[in-house]
Design a protein around this ligand. Structure first.
Ligand code: ADP
Ligand code: MG
Length: 298
């Protein structure tokens, strides 16, 4: 395509709410055959809500629940992750004002830590607590974890003073347009892949709802980029769509990185294209636009 055609293409993109970093980006879009979609915030709304509060039988249920929510809510106050936001909002709705936390730190894709009322509180994925902190679940919480994950919920463990105290479950919803967008991407000849740090049951359920066959679940942030590179090594030209800090490296490694405009700045900076609408149909528009731009004026 001529430089002029490409410029016209990027201008048309802007009208459609598709911000393209430079005209040459449209060239790489044409060859894409595989599209990797992050789950949380990309295929789903990313607005999670707190569903279940499960306290270990080692403490009395009622008092234990309030304490669990106060500590977990306080510890997550510094988190931008959809799970953290859900825990803070859900905890405040149930127990009122939350205590202040200090020494907040987040481990991307694993969980958060903070000091609340003099206790080191951790909220995060079960394997992070086990491997990084040597905190294992008492039998009753392990049974609860198996049940809720089996039911397709996302569970995080709450621990303090070196002991697991309970489990919180959260869920979000598939965006209304995601299934239609995936169908159109398939019609354009792209193979969709779902990529997520979440557990395999949740991932499979979301994939089924939108019509994605291939799922990479339980993937750590550092492994997301490896999955993209493995697809490239197998000969694929890969587009990656994501929104989170944990997606940035994969977005940069992909042949075409597409960020949700509602996502984090880090994801947007790592990408070639930013979608103003937080909607996968805009990805379809972007692919169509580049094919039209390159097809008509060659
Ligand atoms: P995704 O790939 O779906 O965007 P992430 O990689 O961001 O998911 O997170 C993966 C997992 O890490 C979550 O399912 C959760 O178990 C844990 N996690 C991440 N951030 C937090 C947080 N702020 N609080 C608790 N758990 C978290
Ligand atoms: Mg995400």
């Amino acid at each position: 395509a001529t430089p002029t055609a490409l410029l016209v293409g990027t201008g048309r993109g802007a009208q459609l709410g598709i911000l393209i970093r430079g005209p040459q980006i449209l060239e790489s879009t044409r060859q894409v055959d595989t599209i990797v979609l992050d789950k949380t915030g990309t295929v789903t709304t990313g607005r999670m809500s707190l569903l279940g509060v499960h306290v270990t039988a080692a403490v009395s249920a009622d008092a234990g629940e309030t304490e669990l929510l106060r500590f977990a809510g306080a510890a997550e106050a510094g988190s931008e992750h959809p799970i953290g936001v859900a825990v803070v909002t859900g905890a405040a709705a149930r127990v009122g004002v939350l205590p202040a936390a200090t020494d907040f730190a987040s481990a991307q894709g694993f969980g958060v830590q903070a000091v609340v009322d003099g206790h080191l509180v951790l909220v995060g994925r079960p394997r992070w607590l086990a491997h990084e902190w040597q905190i294992t679940l008492p039998n009753d919480l392990q049974a609860t974890l198996d049940t809720v994950e089996g039911a397709g919920q996302t569970a995080v463990v709450v621990a303090w003073d070196g002991e697991a105290r309970g489990i919180l479950t959260v869920a979000d919803e598939v965006k209304p347009s995601s299934a239609a967008a995936v169908a159109q991407l398939v019609a354009l000849g792209l193979s969709p892949v779902l990529l997520t740090g979440d557990n395999p049951t949740v991932a499979r359920s979301v994939a089924d709802q939108v019509g994605i066959g291939e799922v990479f679940a339980g993937v750590l942030p550092a492994e997301k980029v490896e999955r993209v590179r493995a697809l490239q090594a197998a000969g694929h030209v890969v587009a990656m769509v994501g929104d989170g800090v944990n997606d940035a490296a994969a977005l940069a490694a992909a042949d075409l990185g597409i960020a949700m405009g509602t996502g984090t700045d880090v994801a947007i900076e790592a990408s070639d294209i930013t979608l103003v609408r937080a909607d996968l149909l805009a990805v379809v528009d972007a692919i169509r636009l580049s094919r039209r731009t390159l097809g008509t004026i060659k």
